[in-house]
Structures are given as structure tokens and as C-alpha cells.
Design a protein around this ligand. Structure first.
Ligand code: ARG
Length: 572
């Protein structure tokens, strides 16, 4: 558990008529850290205490100073109570904590007993895995790992798009024109080609569409030949996608996709009918959402076919029953805002209060600098191709910068793929972004490679010091600590101490970009510290407290990258 400094402060404060939780949640981080490390605004307590905030702050200050001298200072300024922690105590505390915990630094159990379902990536069978899937995959993966670090039980779900009449079309196309050899060789690309051909042919041969419907029905009815082909298409897609997941360090606990809910919709549709929520409109079953200013939620078509929303409702019930989630997140582009609002509402109307725990986590669009990334035929940009190109370009840069580096290809893979992930996680989710290789790979920008480079710099200092870190117990005397008491060292130290808070905040807002921002800040702060302080000095040997700070920085950077799915490289 990271130390909770707000809690420490709150324990010293008693205000009549205000419970300690409220005091705790009122404590904030001042914008201007020169005023203090934490502050308590006293305005809120004026009414209850019938005193001015200024008087309250002064009263509380006196109360605290009588009880403890563990703060460096406690000051009442303009109705604020400002706290400064003792720098050296803080420093020692932090270094010991990081040395003791290593990668587990900032782990916590704040999520104990809470299961979070995360529906992410959720690819479509027989369709290309394109760069449009980068954000859902990267954000979902980062949230998954961060939840786990904070003691939650995350369940990663790939809600496969493996249902719909398009599979009937594919079967028809494959039977008519397909060759198994080509399919095995070309994979999903071949399936998309067949799909395009089907559409072209069906324009002049409309019977093909009827045939496709017929074949889709055969899958539904469990016809062996059709099911076998359907499974083959599915296997081929998943095999391809899995390779990309492996590069991105992405894992799932469940691949229960749309087809999995085939036999789970009927009882739910019946319940909706029994609760008098279903209306028939032109033969179709809908739930009227006009009281909520939304178009109706279509659940059953006139021909009896179910829809995307129907399967999502069944999936939500299944997840509630199977995992008893605390929250169920859907990491899906904002284009689907209405879909989620609609089906969440239907579940709420059915009387389930857990509908409030279903959360759509939307994100914006990625476009390539040379134009939008459409999924329409011809101009899809495959995510795997983007990773390949980023890796190639990294290799070129590495070859220039460090021609003698060992295992350059391996390093380039981690740096290149990491740069793409970092890009996907670097702006606020909702923003539309433009992907540009040169920016993403700029070693001096606020990028993945910059953080990798800083982390590798830490490694190289540690190597050169020739002091095994395990021999470096950070039990420094007050005098020794003077060498890391300057401003740039202390800024770095206070930044490192915030790791846990950043993780909590990023989960609260479902924003991995907080972590991305944070590791850039740590890197910049480290590079300033490094510029201003000599760590290995020829004359006097290694400055151990500074080396300890390098180790602490490396620990946080490596772990921060891991949470984002990025593997740190040892050297670069
Ligand atoms: N396969 C869908 C798509 O590519 C995303 C599915 C998201 N998850 C869900 N439960 N609806 O648009």
C-alpha cells in the first residue's frame, strides 16, 4: 500500500460536526507546491463552525502543532491550512519504499473484492484489424493492468463481432470462388477480398443475397458444413489478431463474442415482454425510449432476427451473473454513444439497479496524417503494418544513434511498438488525433522513445556505477541526504512519490493518459536532475544517494511503461 499522506494529515484534524472522511476528501494538492505539499481549504467549514475561514485555519493550526512535530511546517494562510512534509524524512521514506517493493511500488489493495469487466478491442471476425482498433486495445490493456496493480480483479473480455448475415455471404463466396490454399496463405485479406467480390456480384445476381441469408440461417441451425466454415474463418482471424496482441502485450480472460449469446437472448426478451416494455412497430420488437429523448431500441427485426443491442443486453446479464462485477466497462469509440445509452436504459427500465455500473468509456478517432483511416475497401491501414513500419523506422534511428548496440532488432521492436502504444495513450481519450510517424518516434519529444531513452540512461548509470543496487540500502544519514536536497532532486522525489495517486486518478477517470503524462514528467524531471548533478564522480566515486534516486526513477519509469503495455529496453 503506498503511504496515504492525506490520511496522515486528516488524522490530526478534528472539527466538530464534520466527519473525518469529509476532512480527508477536502485535503488537496496546492497548484503552487512552494506553499506546501498539501492544503486544507477551510471555507467549507465556516457555516458549521460559524467562524471565518481565517480563524478556522488558525485554530486548526494550533490544534495540530500541539499534537505533533512530524511536519516541517503547518501554516494558516488566507483561510487555507498548508502542510509541508519534512523533506529528508520524505526522501528517505520514499527511497526505502521503492527499494523494498521494486516493481510492486505503488501497488495497493484499494480494489480488493471488486471485479471490473473490461470489454475491449472486441474485433470483428473476417475483418481487418486496423489502426482504428489501436485505442480500444491500448486503453483497455492499460486499464486492465492498472486495475490489477491496485488490487482489483479485472476480467478482460474480447466481445468478438462473430455474428451477422455477413457470415452467410462469406460462406457463399467461399464455396463459389474460394480456395482453401489461398485462404490459409492470405488469411483475413483473402476473406475481405471474397467479401468485396460477393458484393460486386450480388449487384447483378440478387439471388446471391437470398442464398447468403439461407447459409446464415444454417449456421444458426447448427448445420455442420456451415458451422465448420464459420469456425475456420474465426480461427484464421483470431490467429492473425493474436500475433498483434502478443506484440502489444494484450491478454484476455474471455473471448465470448456475439455468437456466444445466441441461446441467451430468448429468456431476456421474454422478461422484457413480461415487464410490458416491448412494443411492436412494423412487425419489429422495440423498446420505446422517447421519454428519455432517444430513438427506440430495436431488439427483434420483423423477420425474427436479433440485433447488436439484443446481444449486448444478453452479454451484460451474463457478465453480471458470471462475474458479479462491480463495474462493467466498454472501451468503444464515441460513434457508438447512442447504442450504449440505449441498451443501458433498457436494462435500467427492466428494474436492475446495476445498470448504473455499466459504463461506456468512449474515445476519439485516429487518422493518419495523409487522410482519414477508413475501413472501406482498399484503404485500410492494418495495425500490424503500422507496428512494422514504426519498428523499421526505430531501427534506422537506433542504427544512426547507437551503431554498436547489441540486439538492435529486438530493441527496435520494443521501442517502435511501444511508441505506437504510447501515442495511443497520450492524449485525453476523447480527442481526435492524427498519427504521424516522425512525431511518434521523435526521441526528443514527449514520446515513448523519449521515456525509453531516459529509462535506458538510468540503466547505464547504474551499470557504470559498478555498485550492485542490492548493496545499496538507502539508509542515508542526514548529511548524505544533503546531496539530494537541491530543487531538481527534490522535484524528482516528490514526483516519484505521486505515482500511486496518479494511478488512482487515472482509474477514476478511465484515463491511461494520466500515466503517460506522468512518465513524461518524471523523465523530464530526471533529465534536469541529471544535468545538474554529478552521479558518478571520478574523484570521489559514486554519490550513493543520487544513485539511489536513479534506481528509484528507473523503477517507476519501467513500471509505468509496463502498465501501458510497453516493454522497457535495457539499453538503446
Ligand atoms: N465489434 C464492435 C465494433 O468493432 C465493438 C464491440 C464493442 N463491445 C460491445 N460489447 N458492443 O464496432
Amino acid at each position: 500500500m503506498p503511504r496515504d499522506k492525506k490520511r496522515e494529515i486528516a488524522e490530526y484534524i478534528q472539527i466538530e460536526g464534520v466527519d473525518s472522511e469529509q476532512v480527508y476528501s477536502s485535503i488537496e494538492r496546492p497548484q503552487d507546491l512552494s506553499k506546501g505539499d498539501y492544503a486544507l481549504p477551510c471555507f467549507k467549514f465556516s457555516k458549521i463552525l460559524r467562524k471565518s475561514p481565517i480563524a478556522i485555519a488558525e485554530m486548526l493550526r494550533d490544534q495540530i502543532l500541539k499534537k505533533t512535530d512530524s511536519f516541517e511546517s503547518v501554516e494558516a494562510i488566507n483561510g487555507y491550512l498548508n502542510f509541508k512534509f519534512d523533506k529528508k524524512k520524505e526522501t528517505l521514506y520514499l527511497l526505502k519504499e521503492i527499494f523494498e517493493k521494486g516493481a510492486n511500488y505503488a501497488d495497493s489493495n484499494e480494489g480488493a473484492g471488486k471485479t471490473v469487466c473490461i470489454d475491449y478491442s472486441s474485433v470483428n471476425i473476417a475483418k481487418p484489424f486496423h489502426i482504428g482498433h489501436l485505442l480500444t486495445t491500448a486503453i483497455g490493456g492499460a486499464l486492465y493492468r492498472t486495475y490489477r496493480k491496485l488490487g482489483y480483479n479485472p476480467v478482460g473480455i474480447n466481445h468478438l463481432g462473430d455474428w451477422g448475415t455477413q457470415f452467410g455471404k462469406l460462406i457463399v463466396a467461399f464455396k463459389k470462388w474460394g480456395k482453401e490454399k489461398d485462404l490459409l496463405e492470405k488469411g483475413v485479406t483473402y476473406l475481405t477480398e471474397l467479401y468485396v467480390k460477393f458484393h460486386k456480384e450480388a449487384e447483378s445476381e440478387p439471388y446471391l443475397d437470398d442464398l447468403a441469408r439461407e447459409y446464415f440461417k444454417r449456421i444458426e441451425d447448427g448445420d455442420k458444413e456451415s458451422l465448420d466454415l464459420f469456425s475456420l474463418f474465426k480461427d484464421i482471424t483470431l490467429r492473425e489478431v493474436s500475433k498483434v496482441y502478443a506484440r502489444l502485450n494484450i491478454v484476455f480472460d474471455s473471448y465470448a463474442g456475439e455468437s456466444f449469446y445466441n441461446d441467451k437472448m430468448a429468456p431476456i426478451l421474454k422478461e422484457i415482454e413480461d415487464k410490458l416494455l416491448m412494443q411492436i412497430s412494423d412487425g419489429a420488437g422495440i423498446v420505446d425510449l422517447s421519454p428519455y429523448n432517444m430513438p427506440p431500441c430495436l431488439l427483434v427485426k420483423a423477420d425474427g432476427a436479433t440485433l447488436y443491442a439484443t446481444r449486448d443486453i444478453a452479454a451484460a446479464f451474463y457478465r453480471k451473473k458470471t462475474y458479479d462485477f462491480w463495474k462493467c466497462l466498454y472501451i468503444v469509440a464515441y460513434q457508438q454513444n447512442l447504442h450504449f445509452k440505449q441498451f443501458f436504459k433498457v436494462i435500467e427500465m427492466m428494474g436492475y439497479d446495476w445498470a448504473k455500473d455499466l459504463i461506456h468509456v468512449p474515445f476519439g478517432m485516429v487518422s493518419l496524417e495523409s487522410g482519414s483511416l477508413s475501413t472501406r475497401k482498399g484503404n485500410v491501414v492494418l495495425l500490424n503494418d503500422v507496428l512494422n513500419k514504426a519498428t523499421e523506422k526505430s531501427l534506422e534511428i537506433i542504427q544512426q544513434k547507437s551503431p554498436n548496440l547489441k540486439d538492435k532488432e529486438l530493441v527496435a521492436e520494443k521501442v517502435g511498438v511501444g511508441a505506437v502504444l504510447f501515442f495511443g495513450l497520450s492524449s485525453g481519450r476523447i480527442k481526435d488525433t492524427v498519427f504521424c510517424y516522425d512525431q511518434v518516434l521523435n526521441f526528443d519529444g514527449e514520446t515513448g522513445p523519449y521515456v525509453q531513452y531516459t529509462n535506458a540512461r538510468c540503466n547505464s548509470i547504474i551499470r557504470k556505477s559498478e555498485i550492485p543496487v542490492t548493496n545499496l540500502t538507502p539508509d542515508f544519514s542526514s548529511e548524505e541526504l544533503n546531496s539530494i536536497s537541491d530543487d531538481s532532486s527534490f522535484s524528482l522525489i516528490s514526483l516519484l512519490s505521486k505515482f500511486g495517486e496518479v494511478l488512482t486518478d487515472s482509474l477514476e477517470k478511465y484515463e491511461p493518459s494520466f500515466i503517460t503524462r506522468y512518465i513524461v514528467d518524471v523523465s523530464q524531471s530526471f533529465n534536469k536532475f541529471y544535468l545538474e548533478n554529478r552521479i558518478i564522480d571520478g574523484a570521489t566515486g559514486t554519490n550513493k544517494p543520487r544513485l539511489a534516486l536513479v534506481y528509484a526513477t528507473r523503477t517507476v519509469l519501467t513500471e509505468g511503461m509496463r502498465l501501458l503495455g510497453i516493454e522497457a529496453v535495457e539499453e538503446m
